[in-house]
Ligand binder design. Sequence first.
Ligand code: NAI
Length: 399
Amino acid sequence: MTRIVLLENIHPSAIEVFEMAGFTDIVHRAGALQQDELIKELQGAQIVGIRSRTQIDQRVLEQVPTLRTIGCFCIGTNQVDLEQAMLRGVPVFNAPYSNTRSVAELVLGEAIFLLRRIPEKNARVHKGFWDKSAEGAYEVRGKTLGIIGYGNIGSQVGTLAEAAGMSVIFHDVDTKLPLGNAHAAGSLERLLAQSDVVTLHVPGGQPTRNIIDAQALASMKPGAILINASRGSVVDIEALHASLKSGHLAGAALDVFPTEPKDRNEPLDCPLRGMDNVILTPHIGGSTQESQENIGREVAQKLVQYLQYGATKSAVNFPEVAFQPLSGASRILHIHRNEPGAIGAFSQVMSKHGLNIVSQLLQTQGPIGYLVSDVETQVSDAVLEDLRQIPVTIRCERV
Ligand code: NAI
């Protein structure tokens, strides 16, 4: 019986997926567990589902040898020792794209609000003023949206913005197929010079650090809007502050910051606090009920596909093998050290037992190899035992 332990209040959509696949031994807990408790709870478990607060390190992996796969029901996977998991033949899955739509909707909403000067108007009404005026308020229809980073989120923002009547241009370091009527701006400089609203959807890291700096801001249209719901490191916050104060930019919306508070009681340290033409949100671009539900379903499906078919596509630490329907009577998943002779030793065991392989897939990644073999007939426990005795074998299972 497969034991599944889900921690940190994972959305019930995950349980639905497991139950539909025939798994019924499911523990569902609201909180995270500290190491000792975690190790105790995981005894005998084949699958663990976590979010960001559960640490799965080398000790946990060592002391829960039954664990076959880990699901991070979130985007980040830093909470898992990915290298150690890989070396033990444990693929780790996450849900990098389940919240794409949520971010895209927030960005479009912010573009509409900022072009209408709603944040300032809202603040004035709260303070007791009734400045009824159309000055500086524009529709998004007919305006140009410049998207920097036309990946999953960027391209979806473009689709929504076009539906609202915006014309969409984008800049990406890769050649991208434009959706709808969007087109590549040709360069970052051109995008900045042409856009009424600029939105960032690039990855973090050194290559994108401060791509919006003082010079980039100066080359934006007077009265333009800047939106950043990607990573805090991509905008020079001091330069943005100066540009807003000078009146060159009309407004901004930030969901991510160079340094973010560690908990709910710590205030955000940012010079833009208190500016009425700036929308500040606490990194909630992707945080909606729908995205939690999507994450639950997406990660659970990946875990089920691994257990039932050996599929590892989109695993973050493992050679990727796409889903393939079974072509024989049984399938053997053989995870081994990526060394010469591994496949030969596997084949020897198969021929010793008189087994015919009808299809086979091998993928390697660094120190490990992953061999998925469909066998014409049923595979006995004795075969698995022999395969496990091969010196390079890390793990061997039958599905
Ligand atoms: P993605 O990987 O699908 O797209 C990123 C795109 O940026 C790619 O097309 C890539 O070629 C492009 N790119 C990379 N460097 C570039 C550069 N220097 N200039 C122009 N384009 C460049 O990523 P996805 O899923 O669209 O996410 C985008 C960002 O949104 C990421 O930084 C991610 O961390 C962030 N994010 C923020 C959330 C929030 O809650 N605010 C939630 C989800 C993602």
